[in-house]
Write a protein that binds this ligand. Sequence first.
Ligand SMILES: [Zn+2]
Length: 166
Amino acid sequence: MVVYSFLTDIFWLFRIYLVYLQKSKEKNMKADELNILIEFQNCNHNYFNDELPFPNAVIRHSYRTFGYFRCELDKNNNILNPTIEMSDNYEYTEAQFRDILIHEMIHYYLVFTKKDIKCRHGKEFKRMAEDFNIRYGLNITPKIDVEPYKIRKGKSKFMFKLCTFF
Ligand SMILES: [Zn+2]
């Protein structure tokens, strides 16, 4: 019995060690212009056949909006000045960062291909998001729950609560 419990302990310690290893491998990412553009290039290649031209990358300091896509249109609805914004108030895991970016890239793609120039979370958006989620194991959703996201050090949780309240 003593041997059994000793082995169980070792087994559990080993499991905890594996989880620790996995966690320490999860790199945190901060939104800055360089990270957005590097990750944009990767995602454009992996998920959009390199079809999207490089956008402007802009940093926001927002608690409520993680990502935002904006652009202008000429009179033939051709896209001008595509811009992807991301909030630098959070520390993202690589997966969170990628999912937010791809969410905005789907909006970009739909405007670029003129399938939805109004950036809605309509049928086209949902179809693409679902397709990506199934095909690539991503987690693209129309809305993002703030709860699991980590606020970056030095950013105030109190301010966050105020922002949420108002
Ligand atoms: Zn959206």
